[in-house]
Design a protein around this ligand. Structure first.
Ligand SMILES: [Zn+2]
Length: 343
């Protein structure tokens, strides 16, 4: 019995000093002491040779020794595991992480959202429609029948599969779709992407974005149109901005007008942006042509309405003093990052 105690103490000292830096050394430890032919099993087997009166204390000692060996094994395993991980990945987990770059809203989205919010406060709902349109909704219903010379101003891309299909040149097609539904009165704005067959330059692109508006009810007048647009301009550009209307021509409105605002760069004194006139054109508008109402099944003797349309790019360029329209679609982070934090 005493010799057993001495033997176990010697093994314990050996186990304590056992060094295992790598996983295979830890495994060697397990095989040597805890394996099926290991030391612990070997000592257990000696139980049968022990005298009956010593069995209890012998068993106790062996059990303690087994627990001690197992805990040392766990210790070696976890120490070697940590070391192994570091060696494998070559990473230093104490270094700070890579920062996630902060995104920003595209300036077109910023201005579109602001425009929608201004018109929503006046009770306008947002209406949307398809970007691939048919001739009727994009041209004919809008008083632009085939061979009408005004179609030349809106040359677009046609779908070869079907000559009646085209990429819409304005969101007026959405207005036609709303008018055809016949739920009067109508008070909508139509934001969306439109296409034109234009040479790409600082001032023109083959696609751009519009917000068009339409209000049809009984006794709507040109005065309502002016008040609506005055409100929009003051909200968008500030109360010091001046507004003027010039007579114009559009096939879908009569009378028609273009609206200018006083130049935001020079305050009206004259500069290169306003071509030294002090005024910048921002939108076209007018009273909805009676032919349009008839085309969409609305009685022009009972209902009148106004419509307006503007390019979001143009408004954005004026608001943020951007000189080249191509910047909006080039995905240049040096440009886009200037809008970080803007809401
Ligand atoms: Zn100017």
């Amino acid at each position: 019995m005493e010799s057993l105690v001495e033997k176990l103490e010697a093994y314990k000292a050996e186990i304590k000093q056992y060094a295992a830096a790598k996983a295979d050394e830890v495994e060697a430890f397990r095989i040597k002491y805890l394996g099926s032919k290991g030391l612990v099993k070997e000592l257990m087997a000696e139980m049968k040779n022990v005298a009956a009166e010593n069995k209890r204390s012998f068993g106790q000692l062996l059990n303690d020794f087994k627990v001690f060996t197992e805990s040392r094994y766990e210790e070696l395993k976890s120490a070697a595991g940590n070391g192994q991980e570091k060696a494998d990945t070559g990473m230093d987990y104490t270094l700070p992480g890579d920062p996630l770059p902060q995104g920003s809203r595209h300036p077109i989205s910023l201005v579109r959202n602001q425009m929608i919010s201004i018109f929503q406060r006046l009770g306008f709902a947002v209406a949307e429609g398809p970007e691939i349109e048919d001739d009727w909704h994009n041209f004919t219903a809008l008083n632009l029948p085939e061979n009408h010379p005004a179609r030349d101003m809106q040359d677009t891309f046609y779908i070869s599969q079907n000559p009646d299909w085209l990429l819409r040149t304005h969101t007026s097609s959405v207005q036609v779709r709303e008018m055809e539904k016949g739920n009067l009165p109508i008070r909508i704005i139509c934001p969306g992407r439109v296409y034109r067959n234009e040479t790409i330059s600082a001032r023109a692109h083959c696609f751009f974005h519009q917000v068009e508006g339409l209000y049809i009810a009984e006794q709507v007048s040109f005065a309502d149109l002016k008040q609506t647009l005055y409100f929009f301009v003051k909200e968008m550009f500030g109360s010091s901005v001046k507004v003027r209307f010039r007579p114009s021509y559009f096939p879908f409105t009569e009378p028609s007008a273009e609206m200018d605002i006083s130049c935001l760069i020079c305050g009206g004194k004259g500069c290169s942006v306003c071509k030294h006139t002090g005024w910048v054109e921002i939108l076209g508008c007018g009273m909805v042509h009676p032919n349009l109402l008839e085309n969409c099944g609305i009685d022009p003797n009972k209902y009148t309405g106004f419509a307006f349309g503007m390019g979001i790019e143009r408004i954005t360029m004026l608001k943020y003093q951007i000189k080249d329209l191509r910047l909006f679609s080039e995905n240049d982070l040096r440009f886009l990052q200037q809008f970080t934090g803007a809401v």
